[in-house]
Design a binder for this molecule. Structure first.
Ligand SMILES: Nc1ncnc2c1ncn2[C@@H]1O[C@H](COP(=O)(O)OP(=O)(O)OP(=O)(O)O)[C@@H](O)[C@H]1O
Length: 651
């Protein structure tokens, strides 16, 4: 039983203040969309607080529980770090509020008795840095998974999460050391930290509870501690950390990692040490002189940097003001200093960086490597400006060389860069603007009543032109140490005014640091990279096959799904469909109804499946692919009729 009373809140009364001042423990019953943190002041007409007495929530499936505002606040702070459009809309109201079924409506949050016990936010493309202290108030947390996102920053402090059993932060961009606070988690059963950018030594994990442990593919270094738990792990748990040594890996450690001294050799060391004291005194003096010198140099440098930072800030403010003046919401690229110039790859200066900054700009989207803007130059063309971030450290010359190599690839179905800008603060690529959008949107966007059908002939033509462009790249690319395209997917196939496919975003793999390209580029999603960390130009072929599967099925593939959208593992799905003989459902209805399309669709499907073969060696090369897709004839008539499957798919 509980009693309700309602008080009307004065206009502009901060709800949090009211709660704190009047009641020690209260529960709130409010409309969705309320969050004490997000809406500290509520409107008089919309804010009624129903006090629930006694002061705890009666849960329907457990003992009474107190609403933990600190837990709610901790989750909202996480939400603010991620700024994920879905979570921002979904995490409203109160988490773990049990008066209504289902008990928790916050996506990814598990609750028990009104407390947060689990956070499962996997494969969502989450970005941002999580505060190190983000979890201190989530003391009932038993499982946490941020698996396969793009979260960066140091690992969190887990000191207060003593009930944590399962922690999965794999496939992210966490850097810095493995937190020692993990050693205090006595019930931890599974720790998955693989495929991040963690550095430093492995702490001495030895909890009895631990059953699963993986820190592979980071940048960890030093000798693996000789605790019984770590020594019982398989060497694959440590693989892909070039700096790690000692058992269970096969890499022996050099003398720098020798065992701690025993009592016996301590004695010897003491004797030898006495004779070395005088040497150390001399070395100390030399060291002191070096330290003083270093301080002096550092001080001079810091002073210089401070002046430079101030200059940059002033310049950015100036740019922002200028953008405001011409009324553009998007924060656009700023550039400064000596590098205040654009380099045109055809050798002719068409406009200046300043013209670009003055032009009216419109955000086109946020790619995996930075924001993309359309800029309309005064009396000039419309261009696309791509701000590149997360590049590996490159000199001016290295960047210029890669740009030149990319620009030298000339084919009617490739979109070369027009110009670039390289400075310490900003790396930009400029392309011609193509007005008809990209293949991803053409295939999957606007599937409503007003949709203009994307007919078989157009799809086949896209398949053929993309194949030709890819063949050219494979035969001519000289971009160093990288697969020729590296990021082929439907959003990187643009359409010109005649729906002709133009392939973009090629050759960038050489500019991006490996852990980042492995996270974000479509070619790294191929099976051989997922299982064995192997990558070759055959990954491009796999991407091409995956693109064909999207064209044929009208379904979004996991390999190209943008952040926040779930795709389908199309290769497995089709094999299942073939096995279970419901082949007619494989093809997108928009094309399967078309007369004469059947034979061509089946042949293209066979090419696609061979390109997607799990074994890279069995995939055809691009020349062979071009021959096969060009043999498929464009239909003379492109009208709809019932198409029945007389042939079976032999995959
Ligand atoms: N030259 C262009 N003309 C028209 N639209 C473009 C052009 N270049 C990019 N776009 C559009 O801008 C958006 C962002 O492009 P971008 O290539 O950065 O991101 P993405 O393809 O989603 O991911 P990735 O960074 O992995 O390539 C996409 O919708 C893309 O189609």
């Amino acid at each position: 039983m509980f009693h309700q009373s309602a008080i009307e809140v004065q206009e502009s009364t901060p709800c949090t203040t009211l709660i704190k001042e009047n009641f020690t423990r209260i529960s709130l019953t409010l409309n969705d969309g309320f969050s004490p943190k997000a809406n500290p002041t509520l409107n008089k007409s919309s804010c009624y607080i129903f006090l629930v007495l006694p002061s705890f929530v009666i849960t329907q499936d457990g003992p009474p529980a107190v609403y933990q505002s600190a837990e709610g606040d901790a989750l909202l702070a996480l939400n603010a770090d991620f700024k994920h459009y879905f979570l921002v809309r979904n995490w409203t109201g109160l988490p773990c509020y049990f008066l209504n079924k289902p008990p928790s409506r916050w996506y990814g949050i598990q609750c028990l008795n009104g407390r947060v016990t689990g956070i499962l936010l996997e494969n969502m493309g989450l970005t941002g840095e999580v505060n190190v202290h983000a979890l201190v108030d989530l003391t009932e947390l038993s499982s946490l998974s941020f698996k396969n996102n793009m979260i960066s920053g140091n690992l969190m402090d887990f000191t207060f999460n003593t009930k944590l059993r399962s922690l999965d932060l794999s496939d992210n961009l966490f850097d810095g050391p493995v937190s020692n606070s993990l050693l205090g988690l006595d019930v931890l059963e599974s720790l998955q930290l693989q495929r991040n950018i963690l550095t430093g030594p492995i702490p001495e994990f030895n909890q009895q509870s631990l059953a699963e442990f993986n820190v592979s593919d980071n940048n960890l270094s030093g000798k693996i501690p000789r605790t019984s738990f770590l020594q019982s792990c398989n060497s694959s748990s440590f693989a892909g950390n070039p700096g790690l040594c000692g058992l269970p890996t096969l890499k022996t450690c050099g003398s720098a990692y020798s065992e701690p001294a025993t009592a016996n050799n301590n004695k010897n060391k003491t004797i030898a040490g006495a004779s070395l004291i005088s040497i150390f005194v001399v070395l100390d003096i030399i060291g002191l002189v070096i330290v003083v010198l270093l301080f002096y140099v550092y001080y001079k440098k810091a002073k210089k940097n401070k002046t430079e930072t101030k200059e940059i800030k002033l310049e950015e403010q100036e740019n922002e003001k200028r953008n405001d003046k011409i009324g553009h919401g998007a924060s656009r690229p700023a550039a400064r200093g000596d590098g205040r110039k654009l380099t045109f790859l055809d050798g002719v200066e068409h406009f200046e960086l300043q013209d670009l900054l003055k032009a009216s700009a419109e955000g086109l989207g946020k790619g995996n490597f930075g924001n993309v803007y359309k800029a309309k130059l005064e009396n000039g063309p419309e261009v696309v400006v791509k701000r590149l971030r997360d590049l590996r450290p490159l000199t001016d010359d290295e960047f210029a060389k890669q740009m030149r190599l990319i620009a030298d690839l000339k084919h009617p179905n490739l979109l070369p860069p027009l110009a670039y800008h390289f400075s310490k603060e900003e790396k930009l690529m400029i392309h011609k603007f193509l007005a008809n959008g990209n293949l991803f949107n053409r295939l999957f966007g606007g599937r409503g009543i007003n949709r203009i059908p994307f007919k078989w002939n157009s799809r086949l033509s896209v398949a053929q032109t993309v194949a030709r462009a890819m063949e050219y790249l494979h035969l001519n690319s000289k971009v160093q140490n990288a697969i020729p395209h590296g990021n082929l997917k439907s959003s990187n196939v643009l359409l010109d005014a005649n729906e002709m496919a133009i392939v973009s975003d090629y050759g960038l793999a050489s500019l991006i640091a490996l852990p980042i390209s492995a996270q974000r580029m479509s070619s790294y999603k191929c099976p051989e990279y997922q299982t064995r960390k192997r990558i070759s130009k055959k990954a491009d072929i796999w991407c091409y096959g995956s693109l064909l599967l999207e064209l044929l099925t009208g379904k979004i593939s996991t390999y190209s799904a943008p952040q926040g959208i779930n795709g389908v593992d199309l290769g497995s799905w089709i094999h299942k469909a073939v096995r279970e003989e419901w082949t007619a459902e494989i093809f997108d209805l928009e094309i399967s109804r078309q007369r004469n399309a059947g034979d061509g669709m089946l042949r293209l499907l066979q090419v696609a499946l061979r390109c997607c073969d799990k074994s890279p060696e069995k995939r055809p090369d691009m020349e062979q692919v071009v021959r096969e897709v060009e043999e498929i004839r464009i239909c003379e008539s492109d009208y709809d009729s019932d198409f029945s499957f007389e042939q079976s798919v032999s995959a």
